[in-house]
Design a protein around this ligand. Structure first.
Ligand code: BJ8
Length: 384
């Protein structure tokens, strides 16, 4: 298939969240259980192994923030307000159809919001340690993974066998390998796809619930991109400055950051955040005891809620080298203290590699779109 097919394929992923609404309703009608999740630390393989479907809850728009602010303080991260607002208003079909919500004690705002959310929906909170290397934290997280298994089994009246969990781990690993293969295409100079296109696939793939079909679609889109590039298609100019994005989760309203970069002569080659490399960079060990392997892999995710947060910096430095990055843009959400405080350590790491760095703070409104555009355009111009 030729180049003309690709934009349609990207749109197919971009539309996945909306199209998933109907699919999730159909699954519910067939008696399939739905589990809503909020964070990359959730070991979704446990949910998959129970026969339930896991889905990321809507939290990327300002639509429901005024409703949330009737209960929550205004000076709170928009992601937390947005998720809670979607539960209050029942405007997120994924939240509405969820039989169970699973959250983790990540940042303070989120864990306190979960207490209120638990009044509206069935909620299971995993106690996430705040450090990643000591034996007590590892043991605690392992027990939390087992507690999730017990909760899902009890709520859904199923028994997760060893075979079930191993199969779920294999399937999720296959998805990780394909997503990684996809974003690693952007190691090429110039990259074969824009950052906006990469984001469509990374974000949209979360809302495709038929795993076999999803893996097939990912395989096809990767092959098409490769073929077009081999034929000489160069949709991104060689002169575009190669940008790596890091920071808070980015999608929906905050895509304005990607747009601002790519309309100012840059190209986003990678995402070191929860929409990108952070979630897929490492596989779960298929040869270990499954719950131990899950606990080990998930606890090592780099995030500013951990102290210290070496794993974030290790991944970031690796991506800077592998993707020949010209500049790093950090996006933090308003009132996200852990990322905002970590910005200084991050700045030192990035500048230590001799790479320009900028951190921009935003929210889910469109009010700062022009200002973001000016700041990021100036950042890119400085690199020219
Ligand atoms: S693994 S990044 S999804 S915690 S909600 S910390 S923005 S103040 S989202 Fe996150 Fe898991 Fe980490 Fe990823 Fe800040 Fe807002 Fe808290 Fe947030």
């Amino acid at each position: 298939m030729g180049k003309n097919q690709l934009p349609k394929d990207f749109e197919n992923f971009a539309d996945a969240r909306k199209e998933g609404f109907l699919k999730i309703k159909n699954l519910k009608d067939q008696g399939v259980k739905v589990v809503g999740t909020f964070c990359t630390y959730t070991p979704v393989e446990v949910i998959m192994a129970s026969g339930a479907v896991s889905v990321g809850i809507c939290s990327f728009s300002d639509e429901t923030i005024p409703d949330a602010e009737r209960v929550l303080p205004r000076n709170l991260c928009p992601l937390i307000k947005s998720s809670y607002g979607f539960a209050l208003t029942e405007k997120c079909p994924y939240m509405y159809f969820s039989d169970l919500l699973v959250g983790e004690t990540t940042c303070d705002g989120k864990k306190k919001m979960y207490e209120l959310l638990g009044e509206l929906k069935d909620m299971h909170v995993m106690q996430l340690p705040q450090t990643q290397t000591d034996e007590i934290s590892k043991e605690m997280w392992y027990r939390e993974v087992l507690a999730l298994k017990a909760r899902v089994e009890a709520d859904f009246g199923v028994e997760i066998t060893d075979e079930d969990i191993r199969a779920a781990i294999r399937l999720k690993n296959e998805e990780r390998k394909l997503l990684k293969e996809l974003y690693e295409l952007s190691k090429a100079c110039p990259p074969p796809i824009s950052g906006a296109e990469q984001l469509k696939v990374l974000y949209g793939s979360q809302f495709k619930f038929d795993y076999e079909a999803k893996l097939q679609e990912l395989r096809e889109i990767i092959d098409k991109i490769r073929q077009d590039y081999a034929k000489g298609e160069r949709p991104v100019p060689e002169s575009a400055k190669r940008i790596l994005i890091t920071g808070c989760p980015l999608a929906g309203a905050t895509e304005k950051v990607v747009t601002a970069i790519e309309e100012s002569g840059g190209v986003v080659v990678g995402y070191e955040n929860c929409i990108g490399a952070k979630t897929v960079d490492k596989l779960v060990d298929e040869n270990e005891e499954p719950y131990k392997a899950l606990a080990d892999r998930y606890l090592q995710i780099g995030c500013s809620v951990m102290t210290p947060d070496h794993n974030r910096f290790e991944l970031l430095e690796r991506l800077i080298d592998e993707f020949k990055v010209d500049g790093v843009v950090e996006m933090t959400l308003q009132a996200c203290h852990t990322y905002a405080v970590e910005t200084e350590s991050l700045r030192r790491v990035v500048q230590g590699k001799g790479i320009p760095f900028i951190s921009v703070e935003t929210d889910y409104s469109a009010a700062d779109t022009a200002q973001l555009k000016n700041r990021l355009a100036a950042f890119l111009e400085m690199m020219a």
